[in-house]
Design a binder for this molecule. Sequence first.
Ligand SMILES: [Zn+2]
Length: 361
Amino acid sequence: MADRGISTQANGRAGRRQLLARWCHRTGMLPLLRRLRGVSRHDLRVLAYHRVLESTEPHGFSFDTELISASADAFREQMAHLRRHFSPMRFGEVLERIERGRTLPKDAVLVTFDDGYDDNYRVAFPILRELDMSAMFFVSTGHIDSGRPYAYDWLVHMICSTRADRLRAPELGLDRALGATLAERRAQAAELLDRLKGLRDERQAALIARLEVEWNMPRRQGHPDCRPMTWEQLREMHRDGMEVGSHGVHHRMLAKLPRERMVAEVKESKATLERELGAPVDVLSYPVGGPDAFDHATVEAVRAAGFRMACSYVSGAGIVAPRTLYALPRLPVERQMDRAWFEAMVAMPEVFGYASRLRTG
Ligand SMILES: [Zn+2]
């Protein structure tokens, strides 16, 4: 989490991309474009999901709808498309090939999930199993088994459901009336999250904690619509061929933490996962994952902790090479994507993927 703030201008771009995607889909050009692209580019597509729910517009939902990547039906269709037209892989296989100096198969693709929401187990996992597909689940270990909602998502929930009528965030120079409709509140939450993520970690945490007290909405009370998975669920998925990776301990932006705490998040998440799963954990995805969520020091800490690969949330398909191993770009999948757009994006990521500055995970 959490993906934010598609501006009006960006919506315009998304609109044009979607129209172009539909046209390419309708005219049957996509397979040809993909083959042509494959001649010159031999790269890895890593899809990034957060939540898969039965519906992308759940009734009475007060959490971040931008974290709903797809409905169950769309997800099934997307996975079936990858199986039919691409080479789905596991991170373990990719790492093995890299270490042996072997190339990846044509149209290699990986499926990833960030955060560790329980719908990953309830909704996505059965679909993956049904289609004999694997995926990587990057989880924030401090949330697993705790029932505790993720901080950014709780902030959205508070803004969408508080009875208070003003939002005061002096840290960000904000003092404004809260909107009367859910749509207005969602827009305000998106803007706040966007700006919040520019702050150092302790200031982000303090702002959220202050609103919890001011609005009497403690995060520890939890909510059925924002629940992390349990260790038992993760162990079952792992036994059944799913991969599990680190997304830190507390879902903190690693580059915004003091160095010792950043290193502790990296090391502790790995140790906890390995202890709970009884298997090595080789891959991490940087929480939030945009360019300001990780830096040189973070990459070094991740490498030193023994991770063999790391994913960013920068949009794109990457050549797998030593210099990109610790900042693999990904392709965010969004609930607004219809079938044509999804298929166009995986065929031609450069043309149909989201601009990276708009999406963070
Ligand atoms: Zn995340």
